[in-house]
Write a protein that binds this ligand. Structure first.
Ligand code: SF4
Length: 377
């Protein structure tokens, strides 16, 4: 059985104003004990997964590259000794451009990293500062250059739209800059204001001036319309790739592949059950120190929940829901469960059917929430 491994590194140099990921700033003294705990958790989880092979390994965060390379090396080496990693595995590390240099990239390549996901977000320094990023556009350009010089070909950039003070011209400049860097993959995210973040308080007090809905929509239309002619196929709602450079690890999440998440707040999907590790690095270290696994089993989903989740995840992918696979998994044709929803969405141009797959149209992807709501039973 093939599975994916996700390793969460919850450290950042500084918190970005919009971030609600589990990450900690200014806690460098925890890095060493946290890495020790990760190594122990991987050894334990590796025993559980002894039968299968890890086809993908993804180190995310937080900022994995906030770790000194010595500690990140220990993490990657422990992953290799704990899990049977496939010879052709995709091994991704998320990087913040301000935390890497040529030496760091060379070390990553030597450790077998095959793919870098770089949080560029924007190529306008004043917007980067406004959203609390610690890097500049120049840092992003250098990071990509160093990755390539180190021999890492597969490079992805994250780009954001709907940011405070951002205009369509900024987005056009970002896309142009990404094309100049000849990256292979681009993830596109709209800013969302999450409760409990500094941006949420600033939005409430009127301090945060965001683009209007129409302006954000124009940015979205530009990004989603412009990337395909540049050779980036939209293979998932937020992800665009040149042929052969789709993220194999993320495709696993959307296509019912088991995965093991290690580290604070990491999620796992194993034997059809979902688990989440404690969302607190200190408690995580303490629990592992006691020789226990820090995971909580999520409630066993009902058959209805399982069908909904299956459809939500499959609809994110450009290829959509494979009708035969749905029937094979749930023992009933999808039309029997979702006949009305499918008809309504098709009538409104949000869903289409081709070669046994039900997939969202461009309009359906844009109005994703409307389409997903229709699949709630
Ligand atoms: S670098 Fe990423 S994880 Fe860290 S605070 Fe910023 S958005 Fe959050």
């Amino acid at each position: 059985m093939n599975y994916g491994v996700y390793i969460h590194i919850p450290f950042c140099r500084r918190k970005c104003g919009y971030c609600d990921f589990y990450s900690l700033a200014g806690k460098d003294e925890m890095m060493e004990p946290y890495v020790d705990a990760l190594i122990n958790e991987m050894a334990a989880r590796g025993r559980i997964a002894a039968e299968g092979e890890a086809a993908t390994l993804y180190v995310g965060g937080g900022t994995p590259t906030a770790l000194p390379i010595r500690l990140l090396s220990l993490v990657l080496q422990a992953a290799r000794s704990s899990f049977r990693i496939a010879a052709d595995a995709e091994i991704t590390v998320e990087a913040n451009p301000a935390t890497v240099d040529l030496e760091y990239m060379t070390a990553l390549e030597t450790l077998g990293v095959t793919r870098l996901s770089i949080g560029a977000q924007e190529f306008n320094d004043s917007i980067l500062r406004r959203i609390g990023r610690i890097h500049t556009a120049r840092d992003t350009r250098d990071a990509v250059k160093w990755a390539r010089a180190a021999g890492i070909v597969n490079v992805s950039l994250d780009l954001m739209y709907g940011l405070p003070g951002q205009t369509l011209d900024d987005v056009i400049w970002s896309v142009g800059s990404a094309m100049d860097l000849a990256v292979n993959h681009i993830s596109v995210y709209g800013l969302t204001i999450e409760d409990g973040t500094p941006f949420s308080a600033m939005a409430e007090s009127g301090e945060l001036v965001l683009p209007t809905e129409e302006e954000s929509e124009e940015m979205y239309d530009y990004l989603t319309g412009k990337l395909p002619p540049y050779g980036f196929a939209r293979y998932e709602i937020s992800n665009f790739a040149r042929e052969g450079f789709e993220s194999r690890h993320n495709i696993g999440y959307w296509s019912d592949t088991p995965y093991i998440g290690v580290g604070a707040a990491a999620a796992s999907y194993w034997d059809g059950r979902r688990y989440t590790n404690v969302r607190d690095a200190a408690k995580y270290i303490e629990t592992i120190g006691r020789g226990e696994l820090p995971a909580t089993l999520s409630e066993q989903p009902t058959r209805k929940n399982a069908m909904e989740e299956y459809c939500f995840l499959a609809l994110r992918m450009a290829q959509g829901i494979e009708k035969e696979a749905f029937a094979g998994k749930f023992g009933e044709p999808i039309e029997k469960i979702y006949g009305d929803a499918i008809k309504n969405l098709k009538d409104n141009g949000l869903l289409t059917e081709e070669n046994g797959f039900l997939r969202l149209t461009d309009k359906g992807m844009k109005l994703g929430n409307v389409a997903f709501r229709a699949f709630i039973l």
